[in-house]
Design a protein around this ligand. Structure first.
Ligand SMILES: Nc1ncnc2c1ncn2[C@@H]1O[C@H](COP(=O)(O)OP(=O)(O)O)[C@@H](O)[C@H]1O
Ligand SMILES: [Mg+2]
Length: 303
């Protein structure tokens, strides 16, 4: 098959691994920087150009869209979907996973457990919202934050109020801020499950090395291999399915009431290979080999 990896970082470990495995398995593969793609839309003729000429015909695309370029990247993916090209992650699934509020609503609908979450557009509701969460401490997070930036732990009601007021000042629209129950029993630790085609192919625990409550590797967290329970595995697979993602990095916390899903990443990093010794690139290429020829299933998620 002729495969395009849509990635702005051809030198990234993840991109290199996908390229290497695709080649080994006999495919033709090219890395396409989607930020340098441009598109033309007219009746029945959606085209994508790259480096001054038509992108050309690919059988499959593997989108590795960075969160800072979600809108542009998903628009290019959508344009290629319109040409009938198979994509391992659909543009709509990538877009929905980038919005934590939308994700939480979909998890709720799919019966996936999560930290209790509230949102509102009025700072006048703060007292009531905090009460719904059982009081401080609470987590306040931006719906479109990544790498732990935009996640705040408010220890007291007073702190929560002032943080929220500051956030509301920046964003009039209440859908960009979530207030969440603080999962204190495993603060500073979360688990990443790497899912391909409804199966967990690798899992690691991430632990913050200082007193930060955030375990993001970008915040200096450390990853170690971890084994999931059956319940956890099922929950992670369900969360990826709720997003409509075939390839996903599902993050959850172990709590007193079982696994609580935090988020699902549409372009999970492959650093998990180094931590766990598991190959995640091969299952992705195998998944494509098994599914690219079939008609893509219609997205029935409805949000
Ligand atoms: N409700 C919560 N309770 C306790 N810790 C949390 C909670 N939500 C997030 N965290 C911590 O903060 C980190 C970042 O939060 P997350 O929602 O994954 O945002 P990001 O997209 O920035 O990674 C998580 O990995 C976890 O360690
Ligand atoms: Mg995270």
């Amino acid at each position: 098959m002729k495969i395009a990896i849509l990635s702005n970082g051809p030198g990234n470990y993840s991109t290199k691994r996908l390229k290497e495995v695709a080649k080994i398995r006999g495919h033709e593969v090219e890395v396409v920087r989607y930020r340098d793609c441009y598109a033309s839309i007219e009746k029945n003729n959606p085209t994508v150009s790259y480096k001054g000429k038509d992108l050309g015909r690919f059988d499959v695309i593997i989108p590795r869209i960075a969160s800072y370029m979600t809108k542009y990247g998903t628009a290019i993916v959508r344009q290629l979907e319109m040409q009938g090209i198979y994509t391992v992650s659909s543009s709509i699934a990538i877009a929905r996973s980038r919005d934590k509020l939308r994700s939480m609503q979909l998890f709720s609908k799919a019966g996936v457990s999560m930290p209790k979450t509230v949102f509102s557009r009025n700072s006048a509701d703060i007292d009531d919202l905090l009460e719904k969460l059982g009081g401080a401490p609470v987590i306040i997070k931006l719906a479109r934050g990544t790498h732990g930036n935009g996640v705040v732990l408010a220890d007291t009601k007073k702190a929560a109020k002032s943080v929220l007021q500051a956030f509301y000042l920046q964003n009039e629209d209440g859908t960009s801020i979530l207030i969440q129950e603080f999962v204190k029993e495993s603060a500073g630790v979360d688990i990443r499950a790497f899912i391909v085609g409804g199966r967990v192919v690798a899992s690691m625990k991430r632990q913050s090395l200082d007193d930060d409550f955030r375990s993001n590797l970008h915040k200096g967290g450390e990853g170690t291999k971890v084994k999931l329970t059956d319940e956890e595995r099922k929950m992670c697979v369900k969360a990826a399915r709720a997003m409509g993602l075939n390839v996903a990095g599902v993050d959850f916390m172990r709590s007193e009431r079982g696994p609580l899903i935090l988020e699902v990443n549409a372009s999970p990093g492959f650093g998990i290979e180094k931590v766990t010794g598991r190959d995640v690139a091969t299952p992705i290429i195998e998944y494509i080999e098994q599914n690219a020829k079939r008609r893509p299933k219609k997205d029935k998620i409805g949000a």
